[in-house]
Design a binder for this molecule. Structure first.
Ligand code: FE
Ligand code: FE
Ligand code: ZN
Length: 297
């Protein structure tokens, strides 16, 4: 079955239960959540996250958190920070995120590998791998995987190339605990030809990293040309990658059971996911989608 969804919020009193309800309101079969605000590391205690209620409700709705729920770590944390105290803080926080996510029955958490603040990328890769090994060691009774995201290469982001992801994975001792989150906007912005040659890109990924490492896709279009290194997401089919190329990613036979998550922008402050998912299921581009979402009451 097609596993398609979007990032949904986990806030207010309903927390995790609210995320499930929001995902179902867009007719999603998978979804992604941040355990709190993505731009900070303040988190509510587990007993206030409505985990049991959410799990019980998912069961009645045919959503299996083990395959259909993806967590995303906050994007401000940097395992490659040159300041050892800040690196230690990032590793501590990621450890807590893994414990939280496991309690939510998620089996993967997406992580931006890190940023080479001092511009020394080989050193950044070493620090990232050290951080991962530390976190994995401290959670060795868990099975949850850390999905390293392919990055656009904005600023000093590590993970712009498949080779960099490979270098990190090579240094991780327990490889059963790492995977890759393949973001179509990011790889396009990093210079890979998602629009015209997704099969060629995947062949290259397979040769460098191994395609069995891919555990989740972020299916975003891009507001910028290939290679722009910008990381600005566009609604599905409305950007430089385009509808047909993105649809090919969604229905690729090698990735049938892998969740596909939309992180496309809101339109006039309204979530576009119900409409985008309908368009994906119909396999037909709706050029009026943006107006339809904008005009929703
Ligand atoms: Fe991300
Ligand atoms: Fe992403
Ligand atoms: Zn992005």
């Amino acid at each position: 079955m097609l596993k398609i969804g979007s990032h949904v919020s986990m806030s207010g009193d309903d927390m995790y239960l609210g995320s499930v309800k929001e995902a179902l309101s867009y007719k999603e079969t998978a979804f992604m959540i941040y355990t709190g605000a993505p731009q900070n590391t303040r988190r509510k205690s587990l007993d206030r996250m409505k985990i049991d209620e959410a799990l019980a409700y998912m069961e009645t709705q045919g959503i299996d958190p083990k395959t259909d729920v993806v967590v995303h770590a906050p994007y401000i944390m940097n395992l490659a920070n040159p300041d050892p105290e800040k690196r230690a803080f990032a590793a501590d926080f990621l450890t807590q995120e893994l414990i939280r996510s496991s309690k939510m029955h998620a089996t993967q958490i997406v992580l931006h590998p890190g940023s080479a603040v001092g511009k020394d990328r080989p050193q950044a890769i070493i620090w990232i791998a050290e951080g991962l090994n530390d976190v994995i060691q401290r959670t060795k009774d868990l099975t949850i995987r850390i999905a390293l995201e392919t990055m656009a290469g904005k600023g000093n982001e590590v993970g712009k190339t498949f080779e960099e992801l490979k270098q990190i994975i090579d240094k991780v001792n327990d490889k059963s605990r790492v995977s890759v989150c393949f973001d179509t906007c990011h790889t396009h912005d990093a210079g890979y030809d998602i629009k015209n040659d997704f099969d060629g890109v995947i062949k290259h990924f397979d040769e460098v990293v191994g395609k069995s490492y891919i555990s989740v896709f972020h299916v975003n279009d891009s507001k910028n040309e290939k290679g722009a290194a910008k990381d600005r997401h566009e609604n599905f089919g409305f950007g430089y990658i385009g509808f047909d190329a993105l649809l090919k990613v969604i229905y690729h036979k090698d990735f049938e059971n892998i969740p596909k998550i939309l992180e496309t922008p809101f339109i006039e402050k309204k979530a576009p996911y119900l409409e985008e998912i309908q368009m994906i299921r119909n396999k037909t581009f709706d050029k009026d989608l943006k107006e339809k979402v904008a005009n929703k009451s």
